[in-house]
Design a binder for this molecule. Structure first.
Ligand SMILES: NC(=O)C1=CN([C@@H]2O[C@H](COP(=O)(O)OP(=O)(O)OC[C@H]3O[C@@H](n4cnc5c(N)ncnc54)[C@H](OP(=O)(O)O)[C@@H]3O)[C@@H](O)[C@H]2O)C=CC1
Ligand SMILES: N[C@@H](C[C@H]1CC(C(=O)O)=NO1)C(=O)O
Length: 327
């Protein structure tokens, strides 16, 4: 059995707990949190909960630590730190900072013979793989990615970290005009602002400076500064009533041509429609935790992205069974 720990108990942490329960080759050793373990209520009351500080003492009892913290503030520190002691998987999704994160984590993982899978999930993650496959196969044309309408966990987490914010959800909304232009095969050149808008619902703490919160949201680098963003301040009752779900989805589409005269047109499309963004993402993290363990068992170490991991490492079936059943 692959022994797994969960670091950070939020939407993703709860999703990983559920996803692990559906595997036959992986077991949950414990949940780790920066908060008081007494304040954490796992789905299975028998699951032990520890402080984050207790994790290192348990490094010989855990094969993979799945890091469920936020990309804005937690993973930049946690992944490189815990990669010293564990094989780790994270969902780091601040795209512009992935190269920096990779380099920082690679140093830790390599020095301690651990595998650190970073930026696993759906975007980055499954969508990244499909952008790569499409542009490797169809060298002409462009790949387009559209998300939503749905709740971005990364953007919601980033807003929740702003002083004075009690709770928040961010919806990503594709611009219909851009969608139509892409689907028509016109291969348009679109700026970030022309593809999506963002809408944020915030429950502010009593007495918080709402204008300052709004300013920090709309100017936030790598999250909102390149988008037209609308911010709504609502009360907690309305928030819990109207914004409790975390659905999302989107698609990657690539149209290209082949033939001596480029006379043959092809379209590649990969689509996700998610009732629960965190539960789907957590299922991806669990599959990559299996891969991290297997690769480390074969003597591999260092930081890896989904581009570096053969798909057969993800699946519970052996390579031989996969060839028989899925090729
Ligand atoms: N690559 C991809 O496709 C995707 C990536 N993501 C990434 O996943 C990250 C995590 O998302 P998500 O799980 O929704 O974030 P949450 O806000 O639910 O949790 C983030 C961390 O905050 C802490 N936390 C959670 N709830 C509370 C609370 N009530 N009070 C105090 N602290 C709390 C937890 O740490 P602790 O237990 O230590 O307190 C937790 O690990 C996002 O920032 C995003 O970057 C998400 C979806 C897709
Ligand atoms: N990383 C995203 C997953 C997708 C969704 C998204 C967006 O709505 O901007 N970008 O990538 C998330 O945190 O939900």
């Amino acid at each position: 059995m692959i022994r797994v720990g969960i670091m950070g108990y939020g939407n993703l942490g709860r999703g990983v707990e559920c996803a692990l329960s559906k595997t036959k080759d992986m077991e949950l050793v414990g949940i780790f949190s920066r908060r008081d373990p007494a304040s954490i209520t796992p789905h299975d009351a028998n699951t032990p909960v520890y402080t984050m500080e207790a994790a290192i003492e348990m490094k010989d009892r855990i094969d993979v630590m799945i890091l469920c913290g936020g990309s804005a503030k937690d993973l930049p520190e946690q992944t490189k730190e815990f990669a010293k002691y564990f094989n780790v998987v994270d969902s780091f999704d601040t795209h512009a900072k992935i190269p920096e994160h990779f380099a920082n984590v690679d140093n830790s993982a390599k020095a301690n013979n651990k595998i650190a899978v970073i930026s696993a999930g759906w975007d980055p993650g499954m969508f990244s793989l499909n952008r790569l496959y499409a542009s490797a196969i169809l060298t002409s044309g462009n790949s387009y990615t559209f998300w939503g309408k749905g709740v971005s966990q990364g953007h919601s987490d980033a807003v929740r970290r702003i002083e004075g914010v009690k709770n928040a959800k961010q919806y990503t909304i594709p611009v219909e005009k851009a969608l139509e232009a892409v689907r028509s095969g016109a291969n348009p050149k679109l700026t970030t602002r022309e593809k999506h808008t963002r809408e944020v619902f915030v429950v502010a703490q009593d007495g918080a400076d709402q204008e300052e919160i709004k300013r920090q949201i709309v100017t936030m680098p790598n999250y909102f500064d390149e988008y037209d963003t609308t911010v709504h301040f609502i009360d907690e009752e309305t928030f819990l009533k109207e914004h409790s779900g975390i659905p999302h989805g989107g698609f990657v589409i690539h149209s290209g041509t082949t033939g001596w005269e480029d006379e043959h047109k092809h379209v590649i499309e990969y689509r996700l429609q998610l009732d629960s963004n965190p539960e789907f993402t957590s299922s991806v993290l669990v599959a990559y935790a299996r891969a991290a363990y297997r690769m480390n068992q074969e003597g591999m170490s260092g930081a890896k992205t989904v581009f570096d991991i053969a798909p057969s490492y993800l699946h519970p079936l052996s390579s031989e069974e996969l060839r028989k059943q899925m090729l």
